[in-house]
Ligand binder design. Sequence first.
Ligand code: EPZ
Length: 430
Amino acid sequence: MDRIRIVGGNELNGRIPISGAKNAALPLMIASLLTDDTLTLENVPHLADVEQLIRILGNHGVDYSVNGRRERQHEGYSRTINFTARHIVDTTAPYELVSKMRASFWVIGPLLARMGEAKVSLPGGCAIGTRPVDLLLEVLQSLGAEIDIESGYVIAKAKHRRLAGNRHRFGKVTVGGTHVGLMAASLARGETVLENAAREPEIVDLAACLNAMGARISGAGTDTITIDGVDSLSGARHRVIPDRIETGTYAMAVAMTGGDVVLEGGRIELLERAFDILTEAGADISETPEGVRVRRNGNGIRAVDVTTEPFPGFPTDLQAQFMGLMTMASGQSRITETIFENRFMHVQELARLGARISLSGQTAIVDGVQRLKGAPVMATDLRASVSLVIAGLAAEGETTVGRVYHLDRGFERLEEKLTGCGAIVERISG
Ligand code: EPZ
């Protein structure tokens, strides 16, 4: 199994190109199920999760081509991919596929909307928490779906084979629930109003793409989204937004090591709260024509308290990275996780590098230390693993991060991007 070896101590200086957003690309790819025409997505990151979703969509009959040529997929750069679901050949998403990636459960929305039926395996729990799908099923029921659960599968059927628009209020803000609601309501008969909707930029991106396909959606980015259902959707060409979590991750890495890096293509408005917090901690963040510039020279990092919240609050997907940064801050930081109940698995691994962290319920109390010391550590999930990389970049000596496949799910060319800015990072195979 591959490992990442890091020799800490170098500043980061230079440029890091920001990839297309994984969490925007996945629902956009799933939206290709809504039309028999071709959906062309530009700036799709080359990640293990994207490859896995290509396989899952293929099972339903979605054909794809990369820049017109399949073989270019191995280049490892964000790519343009055409997705065509001319015929849906199977409305079942089996356990073997859905259990590998939770977001694939979202195919239930477009399959049900286009075909009037879907049978999708329940995804099961995952490392960061139980992550149920009740809110996703509730929005589909509001749109007239009949739902049965049998042998680990959700069997959903639309009355008279077509969903019907309705007013639906989410009991809790859910990104996946909002994506599913948007896709399902786009082809429903009549108007749907989604209240207490998620406001994440990835929701806005999906709505923009669906509108380009002929949907009639307004209000995306606010907590009330109105969808006027249409009979069919067409193909479109759409560019995936830059990855705000990747942007924030590298910004924290620079804050940790010191240096001066331009995050090319990064957008400051996608990360306002996180950047406010980083600025408070002592980083200097500014907008440039190329993207976002992050600097830290001279002074150290100050401890700042953080609570994760739905957008526009501080993202749960940056919580682990921020904790990595706080391990060497001056003072004590309290980091409270409100979105997922089990997203502190990086705590024990950071402790192996010398971090002082104690847990009290959903709050981690981090007492900054003067120095971290490299050690072998283990990745437990995607964002947790990159927090270990951030800590390793500042630790004295050598850190090796095991189970690198977690990183490959969400960070395109991580070693290359960091090495290009002066870090010593390499992948060790086997
Ligand atoms: C999305 O997951 C992201 N995944 C996650 O990123 C991200 O952490 C999360 O949103 C929150 O921002 C993708 O976009 C592919 P939710 P999602 O539904 O949609 C509870 C990463 O590292 N809930 O907004 O699954 C749920 O348990 C990943 O890239 C229910 O109770 O998250 C959680 O506590 C990890 N019932 C809260 O709502 C439901 O039916 C928010 O979850 C659905 C969710």
